[in-house]
Ligand binder design. Sequence first.
Ligand code: ATP
Length: 577
Amino acid sequence: MRIEKLATLKNAWKLAKGYWVSEERWRARGLLAAIVALNLGIVYINVLINAWRNTFYNVLNERNKDGFISALGDFSLLAGIFIVIAGYQLYLRMMLTIRWRKWLTKQYLGDWLSNQTFYRMKLVDRENTDNPDQRISEDINLFVSHALTLSLGLLREGVTLVSFIVILWHMSGTLEIPLGQTVFVVSGYLVWAAIAYAGLGTWLTVKLGKPLVSLNFIQQRYEADFRFSLMRLRENSESVALYKGQQEEEKNFIARFQQVFGNYWKLMNLNKRLTWFTAGYGQLSIIFGILVAAPRYFANKISLGEMFQIADAYGTVQSSLSFFIDSFTQLAEWKAVIDRLGQFSTNMEKVQTLRNEVAEPEIRRQAQLELAVEELDVLRPDGHRLLADFSLRLLPGESLLVSGPSGCGKSTLLRALAGIWPFGRGTITFPADKQAFFLPQKSYIPIATLRQAIGYPGLTRPVEDDQLRLVLEECRLSFLAGRLDDMEDWAQVLSLGEQQRLAFARVLLQQPDILILDEATTALDEPTEQQLYRLLKERLPQAILISVGHRSTLFQYHQTKLELDGRGGWTILPVGA
Ligand SMILES: Nc1ncnc2c1ncn2[C@@H]1O[C@H](COP(=O)(O)OP(=O)(O)OP(=O)(O)O)[C@@H](O)[C@H]1O
C-alpha cells in the first residue's frame, strides 16, 4: 500500500513538474504568485472580520448606537475588499488552470501521436490502456483543476489554521480541572479541543471514505466504456441497421450500463454513509465552539463579543483542520486521475522503449532509385511467421501485385512496408526524398470540407480549384465538383465505392513516387477500376506501384506477382506466368 501511495506521489510530481519548468514557467509562476497573494489576502480579511465580531457584539451588548453604525461601516469595507479579492482569485486560478491544461494536453497529444504510438499501443500494450481519449480530454482537466484547488486550499487552510490558532490561544486563558486533591491547569484548551475534535473527524472520514478512491477509478472506466460502445454504434449505424442488430446492441449497451449502475450503487451507499458522518460533524461544529467557550463566559472571564469571536475562530480552525473531510471526494478522484494518467504515460513510454529495444522491420532512407526489401520476416503478434526471409527490389515504373488466400498476411506485409508493424525483422529501404503513399481498402476521411478531405493529410503544394474539379471528374466524382466547401461527415455520406474514388483523387493530387494500394478498388465495378488504374499509369508512369488484390483484372497493370502462403513461404513470378 505504501509503495502504491509512493507511486501516486511520484506520478503526481512527474505530471505536475513539467509545466513549471517549461518555456511557460515565468508566466505560470507569476500567475501562481498572484493567486497565492490573493489567497493570503482572503485569510487576512477573515482575521480582520473575526476581530470585528468582538467589537460588534460588544457594541450590541452595550446598546451603543454610534459604535453599531461605525462597526457596520467597517464591515462593509471589509466585505467589499473580500468580494473583489475573491473574484480575482477565482479568475486568475481559472486562467492558470486552462493554461496548464493546454500545455499538458499538448504534451500528451504529442506523445500519443508521435511514432504512431496511438496505433502501436493497440498492438503491443498488454495492459491495454483503456480509453486514451478520455484520459486526454477529461483526466488532464481534472488533474489540473484538482491540483490547483487542493494545493491552494491546503495553503489557505494552513495559513488560516496558524492565524486562528494564535487568536484562540490568546483567548483561551487557562482551564482548571479539579481532579481529587489536585487541580489540572490546561493552557490554550480551546486549541487542544479544536485539534482533537477535527483530528478525530478527519481520521474517521479517511477511514470511511477510503474505498471511494478505487470506486471512482472504476466508475470513470465504466462510463468511458459505455460511451465508447455508443460511439461505435454511431459509426457503424448502417451496418448494424442492415444486420438488424439493434437488439443485440441494446443487450450489449444494457450490460455495459449495468456495470456503470452497479458501481454507482456502491458509490451511492458509501457516499450516503460518508455524508451522514460529515453532515453530523458539520452540524455539531456549529455549537461546539460555543459549548467549549461557555465555561469562561459564565465564569465572567470573557465578554459576549469575545465569546462570539471565539465561536467564530473555533469554527474557522475546525473547518481548516477538516480540510481533508471537505475535499476527500476530490482527493480520491484526484488520486484516481493521477493513477490513470501515470499508467497512460508509463504505457506510452513502454511502447516507445520496446521500439528501441526489440528488433522490428527497420525503415531506412537512402540515396538510391529503387525500393529495396531485404531479409524481411513478418510475424503475427502471437509469433506465427507470415513471411520469411523476403527480399525484393522495385525500380521506378515497376509494379507488384500481392496475392494469396485471405489471412495469409498481405495487409500485414503492407503495414510492415509502412513502418507501422512492429513484429518482425529485416530492412526496407526507400529512396530518399521520394514520397510514399498508402491507400487502404477504406481510407480515413476526416469530418471536414470536401477540399480538406481530398487534401488529407495535407498537400505539399497549393492546388487550384479547377484542378481539384478536374481530378474529381476524372475519378468519376463530378457530382461533387460544386461541393468543395461543404462540410460533411463524408465517410457516412459517400458510398464505399465513392470513398475509394475519392482516395484515388487524393493520389492524383499528391502524385507520390511510391504508391501502395491495399484492396483499394474492391468496391468498384471493373470498368471504373480499370479507368482508375489507367489514370494512375498515365499520370504517374514513374511511380513504384504495389497492390494487394484478388481480381484477375488487376494483372494487366502489374509486371510481377507475389504469392504468399501464410506460413512464411512466398514466390515471385512475372504476371501471366
Ligand atoms: N492487430 C492484430 N492482432 C492480432 N492478429 C492480427 C492483427 N492484425 C492481423 N492479424 C492476423 O494476421 C494475419 C494476417 O492478417 P492480414 O490482414 O495481413 O491478412 P490478409 O492476407 O490481408 O487477409 P485478407 O485477404 O482477408 O484481407 C491474420 O491471421 C490476422 O488475424
